[in-house]
Every structure is written in C-alpha cells, then in structure tokens.
Design a protein around this ligand. Structure first.
Ligand code: DGL
Length: 286
C-alpha cells in the first residue's frame, strides 16, 4: 500500500486525456499533473531538446514525491531513452507499449495505421514494437502536426469544418490503405476521436493511448503493491509552466465532468534529473 500520488506529465494539456482515463480506472489515487504549456509543442522539436525537457518534467514530479511516473505524451514516450528511465528512483512508463499491445490485440488483418507528432513518427517507436507483436503487420504511419494546435485551441466540436478539412487532408491516404486499426499516437488526439472515427468509418478500431496506459498502470500498481487502499476520492493537483488563465476551460474540455483541482504555475527550467552531482545512472559522479 502506498498513498503517494501518481505523477503524470505531457508537453501541454493532451496528457489530461490520460488523466481522465486514470480517474476512471483508479478513482482512489491522487495524481500530480504537469503540463508544459509554456513550451508546447514538443513534437516538432529535435531529439536532444525533447530529452532535456523530459528530464526537467521528471525532476519536477520527483520533487512532488510521486510513486510512479507516467509520460502521457507520445513524443516523450518515443524519445526519452529507456535505459535512462530504468534508472529513475520510481517506476516509469510511457504510452507507446500499452497502445501498441492494444492495437496488436484489436487488428484482424494486420494492417495498422499510426498517427502522431513528427517526433513520434520519426522515432519509429510504434513501428518497432508492432513488428515484434504482429510479425506480418503492414504498417502505415503519418505525422499530423496540426492536430495539436487544433485541440489546444478547442477546435474539437462535432462537425467543426476546419478540423474536418485537416482530418481529410491528413488521413485520406491512410484510409485508402484499408487499415482496420488506427493508433491515435498522441495524447491530444483522443479529443478528435469522434471526428476521426466518422472519417475513417466504423470498421476501423481507434486506439486511445491514455486508455490503454491507464489499464496497464492498474495492473502495474497491483503487481508492485503500490496502490493506495481507497476506491474513490482521489484528487488531481495541476501544474503548468505558462499562465494558469483559461486553464479551467480547457481542463473541462479534456477532463469532462470532473471539475479538476487547483492549478499552479511553476518555473520548470529550475528542475532536472538527475540532481546536480549525480550521473544518469543515479550514482554519484567521480
Ligand atoms: N501530447 C503530445 C504527444 O502525445 C503531443 C503534443 C506536442 O507536440 O507537444 O505526443
């Protein structure tokens, strides 16, 4: 039994789609969420910058005494080195593994589409894992960089003409390949699930990385005996790196009926991992 909170982070607010799923699956757990709203998007940045940002995000969550860290960001999950994650002082997961396993279970034909940020698609993270899970898979990947600003600006309502146009532009080729499963490989995209689903058609299964990861985390916390003993009443403490103004409105959009908890702005640049004087394997330098 462990009453410490779960730490969740994303480049912005997309990770709140994972928080929503975590609250559904683990309603008794407390969550500390960090959204790097001052530096979003991560997906169009270079690898070293993304890793540097991830280290700061992780350093901040560790300063909040979390028991588990979830990178609710396809971009960080695809870029942050697993060898480094393995040496963190608490367990760490991204969203790629659980989403890929869900897609492998869902596909009937082995024709799987992956959409995500430029960094996620470029990394080949989903493709590598899916090739192991479904050896004869035919994979079709596409970066959809405009989806994140559309979501962060609230262009997610049914029938939104701008979003429909962008979806058609990005996804027509993918639809024509005849895929039967599509991984929404960025945590912002589940907010477009209905619009994307309408475009792709009912025969295409859409995989929500936040949902897949929340279910996997439930199992992981059990296995590690890290759950707290409550079945309801978990809270969420939000932190962002830009102004908190307007956060409540977007929070409702991402979290649905859950009103959310207090939100605070922090200076993320002052955090980092590992702390000064230690190398990346957690040992003292020298
Ligand atoms: N939510 C992030 C992801 O899952 C995307 C946003 C960004 O580009 O920073 O990749």
């Amino acid at each position: 039994m462990d009453t410490r909170p779960i730490g969740v982070f994303d480049s912005g607010l997309g990770g709140l789609t994972a928080v929503r799923q975590l609250r559904r699956v683990l309603p008794g757990e407390d969550i500390v969420y960090f959204g790097d709203t001052g530096r979003v998007p991560y997906g169009s940045r270079g690898r070293e910058t993304i890793i540097q940002y991830a280290r700061q995000d992780i350093g901040f969550l560790l300063s909040k005494n979390v028991k588990f860290i979830v990178a609710a960001c396809g971009t960080v999950s695809s870029t942050y080195p697993p060898a480094e994650a393995a040496h963190l002082p608490v367990p760490f997961t991204g969203v790629v593994g659980a989403a890929a396993r869900c897609a492998a279970a869902a596909t009937r034909t082995g024709r799987i589409g992956i959409i995500g940020t430029q960094a996620t698609i470029r990394s080949g993270s989903y493709q590598a894992l899916l090739r192991q899970l479904v050896p004869d898979a035919q994979l079709f990947a596409k970066a959809c960089p405009l989806f994140v600003p559309l979501v962060e600006n609230g262009y997610v309502n049914d029938g939104n003409p701008v979003t429909k146009l962008v979806i058609a532009d990005y996804l027509t080729e993918l639809r024509d390949t005849g895929i039967d499963t599509l991984i929404l490989g960025c945590t912002h995209y589940p907010l477009l699930e209905r619009l994307i689903g309408e475009f792709m058609g009912p025969e295409v299964a859409l995989i929500d990385p936040g949902k897949a990861t929340a279910n996997a985390l439930d199992d992981a916390l059990d296995a590690l005996e890290l759950k707290n003993d409550r079945t309801a009443g978990g809270s969420v403490q939000f932190y962002v790196s830009d102004s908190t103004e307007g956060f409540a409105e977007l929070e409702t959009l991402f979290l649905g009926r859950y009103g959310g908890g207090p939100v605070e702005q922090i200076a993320i640049e002052q955090y980092g991992w590992p702390p000064a004087g230690q190398n990346r394997q957690g040992n003292a330098n020298g």
